[in-house]
Design a binder for this molecule. Sequence first.
Ligand code: NAP
Ligand code: F7E
Length: 344
Amino acid sequence: MATKALITGINGQDGSYLTELLLEQDYEVHGIIRRASTFNTGRINHLYQDPHESGARLFLHYGDITDSTNLGRLLNEIAPDEVYHLAAQSHVRVSFDQPEYTGDTTGLGTTRMLEAIRGSGAKPRFYQASSSEMFGAVRETPQTELTPFCPQSPYGAAKVYAYWMTVNYRDAYGFHASNGILFNHESPRRDPRFVTRKITRAVAHIREGLQDKLYLGNLDSKRDWGHAQDYVRAMWLMVQQDEPDDYVVATGETHSVREFLVHAFTHVGLNWEDYVEIDPRYLRPTDVNLLLGDASKAREKLGWEPELTFADLVTAMVDADIRLLEEQKSGILGPESRAVREFG
Ligand code: NAP
Ligand code: F7E
C-alpha cells in the first residue's frame, strides 16, 4: 500500500514542490485547499489527477486551519501516515497589519492540527514548518538549533508558539513530531509579494520596457537564501528518521537585498540603481537585519546538502520570469486547469 501524506498549504510554494517529491516516490498525496473567490491552484495544476481515474494518487480537499471540526474529519477520513503542516499566513509585513489573524492561523493553526491528530487516534508522523524568523533579533551568528528565539514580528511570535506546541506534543504524547527551522527559500513559484520574486519579476518587466521603477524597503537586510526544491527534501528526510527532532535548514551564506538586486539586474545587463527607489511603505516596524544559518546537524544526521547556490537561484528566478512574460505576450497561457473544471 502506498504511504499516505496529508499536506496543508499544498498550493503554496513549498506545498507544490513537496507534492512533486512525494508523487515521484509513489506516495498517495492528500492536500487541503481553502475556498477562495478565484481558483488558486496555479502551482499544482500540472500535478492534478482526476480522482475518478484508477491510479490517481493526488486528492484535494476543502479545508481551513481555522476550522478544527473540518481538520478532525479530514484526519479521520484520510488516516495519513505523514502530515506536513505548511499552511500559514506566511507574510511577515502583513503580520503587522493582521497580528490577530496571523496568531490564529500561523500559531493556533498548528495546535488545531496537533489536536486533530490526537483526537483521531491515528499516529501519523508530523512536520511543522518552523522559520528562521523565530531568531529575530539574533542572539548569535550563525544560528543553530540551540540559538534562543527572539522574534521581531507577530509572524515570528506565532511561529515560536507553534514550534513549542510541536515540541510539547512530542514530549507529552509521544508524537513523532519534528520542527524544520527553515531559512528563507525561494523559487520561480515564490509569491511576488516576497522581495526576491518582486525583484526578478520587475527585472523581466523592466527589460521589456513594461515597468519604469521598482519600489522597495530595507535594502540592507541580509538573508540566508536557498532554493525551495532543496528545502522540501529536508522536510521529507526529517519525517523519515526513526526519532523526531528539530533541524535548522540553511545554506550557510548570507546576502543583502542589495546584493540580490546586483545579481538579478546584472544578469540581464542592467544597472539596478537606475530603477530602484525606496518607498517607506515597505519598511517594517521592526525588521530582522541578519539571518545566517548553520545546518551542520541536518548535514550530519539527515545527510542533507543544498544543491543550488545563491547565483543559481537568482538566475533561475530571473530566467523563469522572462520566460513567463514571453509566454504571456505571445498568448500562450498555461493549459486550462483541469482542477478548475472538475473541483466545483
Ligand atoms: P506560501 O507560499 O505563502 O503558502 C502558504 C500556504 O498556506 C498556501 O497554500 C495558503 O493557501 C495556505 N493557507 C494560508 N492560510 C490558510 C488557512 N487559513 N487555511 C488553509 N490554508 C491556508 O508559503 P511557503 O513559502 O510555501 O511556506 C510554507 C510554510 O513554511 C509556511 O508555514 C511558512 O510560514 C513556512 N516557512 C516558509 C519559509 C520560506 O522562506 N518560504 C521559511 C520558513 C518557514 P492560499 O493559497 O489559499 O493562500
Ligand atoms: O523579506 C526586505 C524585508 O518578505 C526579506 C517568509 O517566507 O522568510 C520570509 O520572510 C527582506 C526583509 O521575506 C522589500 O524588509 C525590502 O528584511 O522576502 P521577505 P521575510 O520577511 O524574510 C521567512 C524565513 C519566513 O518564514 C516567511 O514566511 O527583504 N525588503 N524591500 C522587502 N520585503 C518585501 N516583501 N517587499 C519589499 O518591497
